[in-house]
Structures are given as structure tokens and as C-alpha cells.
Write a protein that binds this ligand. Structure first.
Ligand code: SAM
Length: 259
């Protein structure tokens, strides 16, 4: 088969160190009948070892040439190829207890993580390779320098664990950054959740737009009726100090106040 020239616009960096896909598959620990969907299979570095452990696998690939290769290499009952931009894909069609995996194109990682939040209720877990800096933001805690919108929004729906780092040399072409693998498990349904995710998102965005400013002053005009004392948010509190639970309570209070 002819050589594939990596396409920069699709964020293509192919894994060439076999020990990395092996470590990812070990972390996923798939069982044969699991409902797994892989985002961006590329040249099959992760797809092949996954298929070795599964009866069937679904993949989503935007690159027409790579999708065609995959259809040639595997029968459709083993590998179901969706040729599409993953951001346009309605994951509800893949069914319940979904396990989502992928060495993701880094240029769309944040929009993709937010897109997948819409389907968190039908997802069992997600294992992704991302830029390490993004993983650090995902798992950051209040007070950490990289605690921000991504941390709060994702932690409001998932428990997350950074698993291991992957150096640039593991890829061809090597990216300019270190990568890391993260596990995301949707929180159980009985955990407090924002009444309206849109309000939480707007609140968090506003709060972190001025992360060092005192929150009550920063949000005061926008949110005049918030019972700050009842929420336990001090006069001097800054966005970067608020826990995820406090952000959820704040968003719910805004909804109650009809903001
Ligand atoms: N999984 C392969 C590996 O580990 O070697 C390839 C990983 S590469 C970082 C990202 C893959 O995602 C490429 O195959 C690329 O074509 C694909 N991709 C990029 N943007 C995409 C999008 N919007 N929707 C679906 N696939 C995409």
C-alpha cells in the first residue's frame, strides 16, 4: 500500500512506538463484547491491538484516504468505519455503555471534549491521548495555576485520572509537545449536577475571564441577586479558588434568581 503523507490540517501524528498503544490497551482492559468507538484511527496503531481484543470496533476518521485503507484492511463486521468530522457525529447512534478511545487530533481537543459531554449519560468511559498541557488543565484542582474553565466543566461531569506521559519521539512526525493519556469516567447520576449546563458554562466563562479579580465584584453586575453568603463564597474569593461544587451551586442560584 502506498505511503501516507501525514496531513497537518488533520493533526496527524502517528504512533510508531508499539509500547504506547499496548499500554493504552492495557489501561482500557477491553472485553470482547465491549461497545468501543475509536476517534481518529489513522494508520491503525491503536486500532489493530484493540481489534485483537474485541469482537468488533467502530471508528470515526475524517481523512478519506485513511478511511478507505481501513475499509480495505478489515471486514465491515469487524470494523465499522464512519468517514466524518467527529464534531458532527451524533454519538447517540452508537448505543449505551460506550467506551470512547483515541489518540486525538490536538487541534480540536477542547471542542471535542465538550461535544462528548452531551453524550456522557451513555458513556462508560473515555481514554484519550492529548497534549499533556491540556490533560493538566483537565485534572487541575482549585488553586492550581492551570485550574480553569476546562477543569470545572469537565469535572462537573467526569472523574478524571492522568495515566502516563508519552514523549514526542513515540510519533511520526513528532509533535512539538509532550502528550499524556487520560481516563475519564462519567460521574454517577446521583452526584449533584448543574440544573442547566448552559448557565454553568456561562458562569464559569465569566468568572475565569477575570480569574484574579474578586468574584463577587467581577460578577456582581451580571448576577445581582446571588445569595453569596448562603453559598459560602467569601467577599474576597477568586474564581481560581472556587470548587466545582461551588460553581454548580452558583449556577443553580443564578437560575433560581432568573438571571
Ligand atoms: N490513532 C492514530 C495513531 O495513534 O497513530 C492516529 C492519531 S492522529 C494524532 C489523529 C487522527 O485523527 C488522524 O488519523 C486524523 O486524520 C484524525 N482526525 C483529525 N481530525 C479529525 C476529525 N475532525 N474527525 C475525525 N478524525 C479526525
Amino acid at each position: 500500500m502506498k505511503q501516507h503523507q501525514a496531513r497537518k490540517r488533520f493533526g496527524q501524528h502517528f504512533l510508531i512506538d508499539d509500547s504506547v498503544p499496548e499500554a493504552i490497551v492495557r489501561a482500557i482492559a477491553p472485553r470482547r463484547a465491549d461497545n468501543v468507538v475509536e476517534i481518529g484511527p489513522g494508520l491503525s496503531a491503536l486500532t489493530a491491538p484493540l481489534l485483537g481484543r474485541l469482537d468488533a470496533l467502530k471508528v470515526i476518521e475524517i481523512d478519506r484516504d485513511l478511511a478507505a485503507r481501513l475499509r480495505q484492511a478489515y471486514p465491515p463486521e469487524r470494523l465499522a468505519v464512519t468517514e466524518a468530522d467527529v464534531l458532527d457525529v451524533d454519538f447517540s447512534r452508537f448505543g449505551p455503555a460506550l467506551r470512547v478511545v483515541g489518540n486525538l487530533p490536538y487541534n480540536i481537543s477542547s471542542p471535542l471534549l465538550f461535544h462528548l459531554m452531551d453524550y456522557a449519560d451513555q458513556v462508560r468511559d473515555q481514554h484519550f491521548m492529548l497534549q499533556r498541557e491540556v490533560v493538566d488543565r483537565m485534572v487541575a484542582q482549585p488553586g492550581d495555576a492551570d485550574y480553569g474553565r476546562l477543569s470545572v466543566m469537565l469535572q462537573s461531569r467526569y472523574e478524571m485520572e492522568k495515566l502516563f506521559d508519552v514523549p514526542p519521539e513515540a510519533f511520526d512526525p513528532p509533535p512539538r509537545v509532550v502528550s499524556a493519556v487520560v481516563r475519564m469516567m462519567p460521574l454517577p447520576a446521583d452526584r449533584p449536577r448543574a440544573r442547566r449546563e448552559g448557565t454553568l458554562s456561562a458562569t464559569v466563562a465569566r468568572a475565569f475571564a477575570q480569574r484574579r479579580k474578586m468574584l463577587r465584584r467581577g460578577l456582581g453586575d451580571w448576577a445581582p441577586h446571588v445569595p453569596w453568603e448562603r453559598l459560602g463564597i467569601a467577599d474576597s474569593a477568586r474564581a481560581e479558588e472556587l470548587s466545582v461544587a461551588q460553581f454548580i451551586a452558583l449556577a443553580d442560584a443564578l437560575d433560581e434568581a432568573g438571571a
